[in-house]
Design a protein around this ligand. Structure first.
Ligand SMILES: Nc1ncnc2c1ncn2[C@@H]1O[C@H](COP(=O)(O)OP(=O)(O)OP(=O)(O)O)[C@@H](O)[C@H]1O
Ligand SMILES: [Mg+2]
Length: 238
């Protein structure tokens, strides 16, 4: 599962780009967006306008899971189930059934959650084997990330990893957060990736196009994917 606490930290962006790189490394990847009413995965992954059924249709029994799966035209090998445009509560038992069924077909299932710790978060936490906490390196987001991390730990999810997103050259200069060690210490989770602030990423998301391969953010997502696959690669893109 991909979570954060605060909204707008980059969960959906990381879910799509990570999914794309895992798929590029030969893994079968399903990304399920659980953020009802505030879709964004459809634009970032390019499935916008191609979706007939969404996760609510699946969870409410209106269609089978495979009917709602759409291939990303931007990131080959990445399959997506979108959130509905409005309404719908993500029910835990239904999501668990879907994940169990899909685990036969996919190597990775990424659950992109909504901000906060509401129903999508709780349902995802009941299904997930690991959580990626996507947080920008500011004190408030990191503190909220710690609250989320503690809540997951209480629920029995122990595999929690920190993805520091939007690291800029000036980030640690204003003194609000000293360095990456302080991010790790505040959240109390192992650091698995550092994604740079990226104009290319914003342009790609806005245009609904693929992230160019020759930018630092692309390299950072590839490193995250390879680290999840057990490869020994460094954290920082120079
Ligand atoms: N590394 C980055 N560099 C630059 N912009 C980024 C980066 N990561 C995310 N963004 C931008 O931040 C905004 C929010 O990203 P995104 O929608 O992925 O966040 P989210 O956590 O999924 O939000 P929500 O809580 O609403 O679901 C988007 O405009 C996205 O392009
Ligand atoms: Mg989102």
């Amino acid at each position: 599962m991909v979570a954060s606490g605060k909204g707008g930290t980059g969960k959906s962006t990381v879910s799509v780009l990570l999914g794309g790189r895992l798929a590029a490394h030969g893994k079968r990847v399903l990304l399920i967006e659980l953020d009802s009413g505030l879709r964004s995965v459809d634009i970032i992954s390019g499935v916008y306008g191609k979706t007939v059924y969404d996760i609510e249709d699946v969870l409410s029994g209106r269609c089978e899971g495979d009917k709602a799966v759409v291939q990303s035209p931007l990131y080959p090998g990445l399959s997506v189930i979108s959130a509905p445009y409005e309404g719908g509560v993500v029910e835990t038992a239904g999501l668990q059934r879907l994940c169990r069924a899909m685990a036969d077909v996919f190597d990775f299932i990424l659950l992109d959650t909504a901000a906060g710790m509401g129903a999508p978060f709780k349902a995802a936490a009941a299904c997930a084997g690991q959580c990626l906490l996507v947080l920008p390196p500011d004190p408030v987001s990191l503190r909220d990330g710690r609250i989320v991390s503690d809540a997951l730990y209480e629920q029995g999810l122990r595999e929690i990893r920190l993805v520091v997103n939007r690291l800029a050259p000036h980030t640690f200069k204003n003194g609000a957060v000293r360095d990456l060690d302080e991010c790790i210490d505040t959240v109390c989770a192992q650091l698995i990736a550092v994604i740079p602030e990226s104009a290319e990423l914003q342009r790609a998301a806005a245009a609904g196009s693929a992230l160019p391969v020759d930018c630092a953010a692309f390299e950072a997502f590839d490193r995250l994917a390879r680290r999840l696959l057990g490869q020994r690669v460094g954290l920082l893109v120079r």
